[in-house]
Ligand binder design. Structure first.
Ligand SMILES: [Fe+2]
Length: 405
């Protein structure tokens, strides 16, 4: 997300008096080319060819292979006269050594365009390979904002879950296995070139992953809407994503083959991704990355547990924004003030988390009181904390973790 003030010299040259009404800041909206709809996987061959592929490097995991999606993708790539190379050794919360191993295979096989087909872990690993192929060094060296300074190979992403947003985002999250923390690599270079969302792929996702990634999409919508970097173009996607998750996630749990609900969750994931890659995130993600790094837990489940607590914490920093969010979630906020709306939204998120089987606290996920000091310390270093609407000290993060325990 880039916000720019107009150059002073140009504003003065035009003789405008900006003291009367401040001009809206200029903004950029990053997004890949998007192909969306049932059967859109069939477009992947043409899409990769458009990016100049001859030997595309397909990053995936064993579950996606087993579900048959890699065979289907490979057939489409061959139809387009391409010669794919498959790398399927990615695990959840991709590890630094997995990215290094995938990169070595990429180099050895003289591949070109990088394709990620799978969930957020797969797509983050694919981005990791792209980063290493354009930039010398270790993947952990690129933590932070805009550390990827050299051009990277074209990327095509095909999501198989309903939440991560990695197919459109400028984020890449990798686990530093020596320190047991997740590092966040952020920068516009990481926005993929093409995103192909085929809602058919969502049907083969296990139920617990459906719940987790749906709550992740909800968290992206809420956090990007109240982010300090929010902007009007991202706002509408964030609000729409929140509404879609609240209306359709339960149906995908009770009627997994309901195509309408799957398509709506695929759209929620996509729109939440567009929102957060342009408006960034907040404290829920900053905290959740630490828990996920320490205990290798599903990212969306941790978010689902933390989000209601962070909503309550942020309520007084930006109450009017929570009125809009609660309205988008379908809550009756007539006559309510922003803080009341935030409380209603927090309760609503918790009820949804209960309904899709997410535990009520972090303790049930294996976090103990003794882990909290370290979790709070590393949260302060996470790039996502910088756009949280309310500043947070180490003590305040400790309190939030205790409340969520
Ligand atoms: Fe997330």
């Amino acid at each position: 997300m880039t916000l720019m003030a107009p150059p002073a010299s140009r504003a003065q040259a035009h003789g405008h008096d900006h003291r009367q009404a401040a001009p809206a800041p200029l903004l950029k909206f990053h997004a890949p080319e998007i192909v969306f709809g049932f059967g859109s996987l069939a477009e992947a061959g043409f899409a990769a060819a458009r990016l100049g592929a001859r030997r595309p490097f397909v990053v995936t995991d064993p579950g996606i292979c087993e579900a048959g999606w890699v065979d289907e993708l490979t057939a489409y790539l061959r139809d387009a006269r391409l010669h794919p190379v498959i790398w399927s050794a990615v695990t959840p919360n991709p590890k630094d050594h997995e990215v290094r191993a995938a990169y070595e295979r990429y180099v050895a096989s003289e591949a070109d365009v990088i394709i990620g087909i799978g969930g957020g872990s797969v797509m983050d690993a694919a981005k990791g390979v792209a980063i290493l192929s354009g930039n010398a060094g270790d993947i952990l060296d690129f933590a932070g904002v805009d550390q990827v300074t050299h051009p990277i190979p074209p990327m095509l992403m095909i999501p198989s879950t309903s939440g991560t947003g990695a197919d459109v985002s400028q984020f890449c999250i990798v686990t530093d296995t020596e320190r047991s923390v997740k590092i966040t690599i952020m920068g516009r270079a990481l926005v993929p070139d093409i995103s192909v969302t085929d809602p058919r792929l969502l049907v083969t996702m296990p139920e617990d992953l459906n719940a987790a990634t749906g709550l992740d999409a909800l968290t992206h919508g809420v956090e990007s809407f109240v982010s300090l970097a929010h902007n009007p173009l991202a706002d509408s996607h964030a609000l729409n994503a929140v509404g879609l998750v609240c209306r359709h996630l339960r149906t995908t749990m009770t009627s997994p083959r309901d195509e309408h609900a799957r398509a709506k969750m695929a759209q929620a994931s996509l729109e939440a991704g567009l929102a957060f890659t342009n408006a960034i995130l907040g404290a829920t993600h900053a905290m959740s990355h630490q828990v996920g790094g320490l205990l290798d837990l599903p990212h969306g489940v941790v978010n689902g547990v933390l989000l209601p607590h962070v909503i309550r914490y942020n309520a007084r920093a930006t109450p009017a924004r929570f009125l809009d969010l609660a309205g988008a979630a379908g809550l009756d906020v007539d006559g309510a003030d922003g803080e009341k709306a935030a409380e209603l939204l927090a309760e609503h998120v918790r009820r949804l988390a209960d309904d899709v089987g997410v535990p009520s606290g972090l303790r049930a996920l294996g976090v103990s009181e003794d882990d909290i000091p370290q979790l709070a310390r590393t949260t302060l270093d996470d790039a996502c904390l910088t756009t949280n609407p309310r500043t947070a000290s180490e003590e305040e993060i400790v309190t939030l973790f205790r409340e969520a325990l």
